[in-house]
Design a protein around this ligand. Structure first.
Ligand SMILES: CC(C)(COP(=O)(O)OP(=O)(O)OC[C@H]1O[C@@H](n2cnc3c(N)ncnc32)[C@H](O)[C@@H]1OP(=O)(O)O)[C@@H](O)C(=O)NCCC(=O)NCCS
Length: 163
């Protein structure tokens, strides 16, 4: 499978939120996005454009994947979504595997001073089986850490990067 990562655009950030919402998934950050005042929505779009990449499989844009340093948590977080018509085919596991590989080889070094332990974190909602299975399939392990934001009914996963 030919997987490539391309820069995210503001239009695709909005498309992804709309696709997520219209596919009936309930997720607090997404609900929050549609309810944000315009200025905050623009901030969220800027942030997402910075940390997320579009995923291209063969010639199709199938979703996004983000790696975001969170200095306030002392953690680097990964997040991802496939656009609705590409879900349910096991696509994300090889995509996440490749994104982790690229991060470990080409990007972690520049963050090492601030994040000396080579590891990635991800949070999945407790009932989100496809996400949990994807993370576990890529080697992430459950932790007892408190999910972020507070009150989010999720499980925090951690992956130690091999160097
Ligand atoms: C999470 C997401 C990226 C997973 O994408 P995907 O590659 O299409 O995942 P699949 O639906 O193929 O499922 C992945 C695995 O979960 C298993 N699975 C899915 N639903 C299941 C269920 N109800 N019960 C048991 N297993 C299930 C699949 O069999 C597969 O297992 P395998 O890895 O052993 O083959 C996708 O569902 C998505 O974009 N969801 C919306 C956004 C989201 O939730 N992002 C994650 C936030 S942390």
């Amino acid at each position: 499978m030919k997987i490539a990562f391309r820069p995210m655009t503001p239009e695709m950030v909005e498309y992804a939120y709309e696709d997520y919402r219209s596919s009936g998934l309930k997720d607090s950050p997404v609900l929050a996005f549609s309810q944000l005042p315009e200025a905050d929505r623009q901030l969220e779009i800027e942030r997402a454009t910075l940390y997320r990449k579009l995923i291209v499989v063969a010639t199709e844009v199938v979703g996004w994947i983000g790696v975001r340093p969170r200095p306030e948590l002392g953690q680097i977080h990964v997040g991802f979504a496939l656009f609705s018509k590409f879900r349910g085919k096991g696509l994300m596991k090889p995509i996440l595997t490749k994104r982790i590989e690229v991060f470990a080889k080409e990007e972690y070094e520049t963050l090492r001073r601030e994040f000396p332990i080579p590891e990635l974190y991800a949070t999945a909602e407790k009932g989100n089986i496809p996400s949990i299975r994807t993370l576990e399939g890529c080697g992430f392990l459950k932790t007892e850490l408190e999910p972020f934001p507070k009150g989010f009914d999720g499980i925090v996963f951690r992956l130690r990067l091999s160097e």
